[in-house]
Design a protein around this ligand. Structure first.
Ligand code: NAI
Length: 356
């Protein structure tokens, strides 16, 4: 397999291209810009699985009515520190961001804010949300549902989604520590990214239609949970918190990305925001996170490693490099973004893995 041709872009150019394409597909300027914020953040931090590679799919879905372009967003506060944000199947990136703002307000006022996002679309890389909360001196945990495409431990057919977990905590004078992962060995987007780059995947990421490990991203029929029963347990936890808790479809009943591209996805997400100053001295807490990072950096590296990195550090290193060199985007995706094209039958009626 050959590597694809790449183009380097600035954040501004990428934002403008993505926003324009989503507006062309039918999204309002405000929501198109909000989605572009999240996707550019992902590409700019090396999370290419959740960046520009998704625009073609989002544009087709929006143009076919599968994302509500004029949603009635509503926040219902249900207790001193809790609430549910009605997303009305609008784009998930914007809904999750609006819900985050409500949760941060509650955490500032009451010490904790727990906000569910009810009936939303796909919201992308969760680091985008938790990082914003940490920038406001809050600890954040965010979880969301995803398409059922993962084999439960001991099973031979999919039940849960790749159900990601993201966590961030503030530091004094530095970017926060950010831990953000799919509960599968790799996120589905990494398979998409491998497809778009025409590169093989490691044999422990996914299985084919026979349940056998596969290295061809086009043959993937189910993903594997991280660490067997432990990843499987985490994805159950995520599904209960972000689906069942909000009265939404759960497990194998969660909508698939491609099955009906004309209908809303009815997904759920939960943000948990904790205000450290209600538990300890905030300054000391942030300095302790710095101390922890320093101590991690000082741990003797294992063979083959230069240094232990804190969670999220790799993204920060990549972001700094891209700031200087430009963000690499697959040329085919760049050409699509620059064109007037909105595809109308690329994804519709594909199977759960995007294959027709
Ligand atoms: P990943 O495997 O690239 O990284 C997972 C975590 O490990 C990150 O916090 C990263 O900073 C850390 N890490 C990686 N290498 C490290 C190193 N050498 N030292 C220390 N820490 C290191 O992430 P994954 O699982 O591929 O997820 C990618 C994205 O997909 C995430 O942003 C996630 O939120 C998103 N996602 C979104 C879904 C949705 O439905 N909205 C579904 C599934 C994933």
């Amino acid at each position: 397999m050959t590597e694809l041709e790449m183009v380097k872009v600035t954040e501004e150019e990428l934002h403008q291209l993505i926003q324009a394409k989503l507006e062309k597909a039918g999204l309002s300027k405000e929501h198109a810009s909000g989605v572009a914020d999240t996707l550019v953040f992902a590409d700019a931090h090396g999370i290419h699985s959740h960046g520009a590679v998704r625009v073609d799919y989002y544009a087709e879905r929006i143009s076919k009515g599968g994302s509500n372009t004029n949603p009635n967003f509503k926040f219902n506060q249900t207790g001193p520190s809790t609430g549910v944000f009605e997303a009305d199947n609008g784009v998930g990136h914007v809904a999750a961001n609006e819900a985050l703002k409500e949760g941060m307000k509650l955490a500032k006022e009451t010490g904790i804010g727990v906000v569910g996002v009810h009936q939303m679309g796909h919201s992308g890389a969760l680091a985008y949300f938790v990082e914003q909360a940490a920038a406001q001196d809050l600890i954040a945990l965010s979880v969301c549902q995803s398409d059922p495409m993962v084999v439960p431990f001991g099973g031979s057919e999919p039940y849960y989604g790749t159900n990601p977990i993201a966590f961030a905590a503030p530091r004094a004078g530095h970017s926060p520590v950010v831990f953000d992962m799919a509960t599968t060995v790799q996120a589905w987007g990494k398979i998409l990214d491998a497809r778009s780059r025409n590169v093989d995947i490691p044999a422990n990421w996914a299985v084919d239609e026979n349940g056998e490990p596969t290295t061809d991203p086009h043959n993937v029929k189910a993903l594997l949970p991280i660490a067997g029963p432990k990843g499987y347990g985490l994805m159950m936890m995520v599904d209960i918190l972000s689906g069942m808790l909000l009265g939404l479809p759960f497990g194998k009943h969660v909508s698939s990305m491609y099955t009906d591209i004309t209908a809303g996805r009815n997904l759920g997400q939960l943000h948990i925001l904790i205000n450290p100053s209600y538990f300890t001295d905030l300054t000391e807490f942030k300095e302790n996170i710095n101390k922890m990072v320093d101590e991690l950096h000082a741990v003797k590296p294992a063979k083959g490693f230069d240094q232990v990195l804190y969670p999220g550090e790799l993204s920060n290193i990549v972001a700094k490099k891209y700031e200087e060199d430009g963000i690499p985007i697959v040329k085919e995706i760049y050409d699509y973004l620059q064109s007037d094209t909105i595809h109308f039958d690329n994804y519709d009626k594909a199977d759960a893995f995007g294959e027709k």
